[in-house]
Design a binder for this molecule. Structure first.
Ligand SMILES: Cc1cc2nc3c(=O)[nH]c(=O)nc-3n(C[C@H](O)[C@H](O)[C@H](O)COP(=O)(O)OP(=O)(O)OC[C@H]3O[C@@H](n4cnc5c(N)ncnc54)[C@H](O)[C@@H]3O)c2cc1C
Length: 215
């Protein structure tokens, strides 16, 4: 279906965050993605917004021909999208602790998932968000204000190319000592997803409690 761009944010290097209004409201679950058609090709993009919003939001990093084309779109331009697709969705399990881990534009589905998870105040929620530098830290204000409003949520940004130059897994290893009663959602580059998942499995988290999506 067709969707019109109603807002863009190009404050981050090589990236566009845009909101679109579609012909019909797309019913989706947090964590799912849409297939966006551009230059006659389809690419998957996770939905950052929430099902109750009257727009869809995407966060797209220009890494190739199609994604770069999308980063140049302007308010009023139309895109073609289909969906929703994907099983990277909230399990609604009884686990007390939820660890979200993401790198770069992998924050897209995680943002929507956290919005759903945070409604249950009995859960302790951690977000480890790895980017190169602070200038790449999407949604910093959003997650900081979520942290202020929700005592059960902690936001841990991790920078790989400035300050202590660490990766998300380094910080997770330092921070977390008790691996009981945990479920985890990991999204980002394949090497990070693989290493964090392997570490969690070593620590005894059940494979069925570790959901992953890689770009
Ligand atoms: C579930 C999912 C969700 C994603 N969400 C996001 C997101 O929120 N933000 C974001 O920036 N990126 C996201 N991506 C990555 C995105 O789909 C593109 O792969 C990325 O933007 C690069 O596309 P490109 O064509 O510009 O780059 P290119 O380097 O030109 O393409 C990447 C390579 O993968 C191939 N390829 C990529 N997608 C497809 C496809 N659908 N069918 C066939 N071949 C393909 C291309 O042929 C090429 O070889 C997601 C990927 C997946 C699988």
């Amino acid at each position: 279906m067709k969707a019109k761009i109603i807002e863009t944010d190009t404050a981050f290097p090589e990236t566009i965050i845009f909101k679109v209004k579609s012909e019909k409201k797309l019913k989706f679950l947090p964590g799912q993605f849409a297939s966006i058609k551009a230059l006659s090709k389809n690419r998957a993009y996770s939905i950052c917004s929430n099902p109750e919003d009257n727009f869809l939001e995407f966060c797209i990093k220009g890494t190739g021909e199609i994604s770069r084309h999308l980063t140049n779109l302007k308010v009023g331009d139309e895109i073609e999208l289909e969906g929703p697709y994907g099983n990277f969705i909230f399990k609604n399990s009884k686990k007390k602790n939820i660890i979200f881990v993401s790198t770069g534009s992998g924050i897209a589905p995680i943002k929507s998932l956290i919005n759903q998870a945070i409604k249950d105040k009995s859960k302790k929620i951690l977000l480890y968000f790895g980017v190169k530098k602070r200038e790449n830290l999407y949604y910093e204000e959003h997650f900081k204000s979520l942290e202020k409003e929700n005592k059960n949520f902690r936001f841990i940004p991790v920078f790989s190319r400035e300050g202590k130059k660490r990766h998300v897994l380094d910080v997770i290893k330092e921070d977390i000592k008790d691996f009981n009663d945990i479920e985890s959602y990991i999204c980002g580059v394949p090497i990070m997803v693989k290493e964090v998942k392997e570490f969690f499995l070593e620590k005894g988290i059940n494979e069925s409690d570790i959901l992953t999506e890689q770009y």
